[in-house]
Design a protein around this ligand. Structure first.
Ligand code: SF4
Length: 405
């Protein structure tokens, strides 16, 4: 079933609901209806000051309470330290934070973390500090447990969708990672939603999380330091364009013909390259802003000179930066499940050079955390199923896997 939140496809005036229903019926794409949700008490981490105030009587300022909750640097050993009336208020909320149950530090300074959610599901995140003049940390976050998009090169695709992360879990992931690994302040933080799941399939919670993370009394994250990566959900891109806290947009493109893209990314059967480009052209960019076009380079699949030329044509007219990402092979899925190989360095450089010659602004992504399966496409999570009483110290990864380029 396709829910109302998906709206209608404007391109070609096709009704999204009809189009997707037909494709789902024909088993050409997995169901793209609303993802299952976790229900329960409202999470304290996702409430704005007015909403905290509305919970009940509070001695003191709700803005100050919000600040106490969101600014990890002010927390005591047991979390935010608040007064008696605030404690009574917060008892009406869910105060659970995702637990970091595994940490896998890489030689390059990145750390792949496994987060256990309150219902036992697990997702992954990567913490990537940068040793520059003004130190910064980039967090790569998951937005869903599993994913409905079924991209052929991504092990998560075979899992299907389990559920959306709630806004409280999204904000809670940020706070838990900051608390464990830093930074202390939101001003040193950059977020990328490039982990498990399709963020635009979870618009409601991602949108609310961004409102909370942006709030000046909390972390005060600028939307220019948050990137949301999509597999190409045109209805979601159009909605994202209207958000007050509108993040930067990245498109995971990965193929240059509709035929090839539909094979790699079934969402292309709903919105082809023409609809996608039209959506990017109408996406309102801020001064100096560019759309990031991510292109996972797969050996002998999408790495030809013709692909480079078609990619340059796709990017023409868009303020863009093409990010070429050599496929990161991993051993967590059987080779038969992911029959793709990484191109050699020479092929990567040739592809990038050709793009530059054709006028594309192009960078080759140096994936971090490769040795701990934390690099792009290697985030293969142990399980999307609840586990019985996992230990706080974490349990070894098994299957099924996930990954995202
Ligand atoms: S690549 Fe991204 S959108 Fe595609 S199945 Fe994997 S997690 Fe989902």
């Amino acid at each position: 079933m396709v829910g109302g939140r998906w709206g209608c496809v404007k391109a070609g005036s096709r009704c999204y609901t009809d189009a997707v229903s037909a494709l789902v019926d024909a088993q050409l794409v997995p169901s793209l209806g609303p993802a299952p949700e976790r229900t329960g008490q409202p999470s304290a981490w996702a409430l704005l000051p007015d909403e905290l105030r509305a919970l009940g009587p509070l001695r003191g300022d709700a803005e100050r309470l919000f600040s106490r909750l969101q600014r990890v640097a002010t927390w005591g050993p047991d979390g935010p330290e608040v007064g008696k009336s605030a404690r009574a208020l917060l008892a009406r909320t869910d105060l659970s934070l995702p637990a970091i149950v595994e940490r896998h530090p890489s030689e390059d300074g990145a750390t792949r973390c496994v987060l256990r959610l309150a219902d036992g599901h697990r997702v992954e995140a990567v913490h990537m500090p940068r040793a520059v003049k003004n130190p910064r940390v980039t967090l790569c976050l998951s937005s869903q447990v599993g994913c409905a998009m079924a991209c052929a090169f991504c092990a998560t695709g075979s899992m299907g969708i389990v559920r959306n992360l709630t806004a409280g879990e999204l904000v809670g992931s940020v706070l838990a990672l900051m608390r464990a690994l830093g930074p202390a302040s939101g001003h040193q933080l950059t977020l990328v939603f490039m982990g498990m799941g399709e963020p635009l399939h979870n618009l409601e919670h991602v949108g609310r999380a961004l409102e909370v993370l942006h709030h000046a009394s909390g972390l005060g994250l600028s939307p220019n330091r948050i990137t949301v990566s999509t597999s190409g959900l045109v209805s979601g891109i159009d909605k994202l364009a209207t958000w007050r806290v509108r993040p930067l947009l990245a498109l995971s493109l990965n193929a240059t013909t509709d035929e090839a893209r539909a094979r790699l990314m079934p969402v292309n059967r709903v919105w082809g390259l023409a609809a996608l480009k039209a959506a990017l052209l109408r996406f309102p960019l801020r001064t100096g802003e560019k759309v990031l076009i991510e292109y996972v380079l797969l050996r002998d699949v999408n790495d030809s000179d013709d692909d480079a030329e078609r990619l340059a044509v796709f990017a023409r007219g868009l303020r863009h930066n093409v990010n070429v990402i050599p496929y990161n092979a991993h051993d967590a899925a059987p080779a038969s499940a992911l029959p793709f190989a990484a191109p050699d360095d020479e092929a990567v450089q040739r592809f990038a050079r050709r793009l530059s010659e054709l006028g594309c602004l192009c960078t080759v992504r140096k994936s971090r955390g490769r040795d701990v399966r934390g690099a792009c496409g290697q985030l293969v999570q142990a399980t999307a199923q609840p586990r019985s009483a996992p230990s706080a110290g974490g349990t070894p990864a098994s299957s099924p896997p996930r990954t995202r380029p």
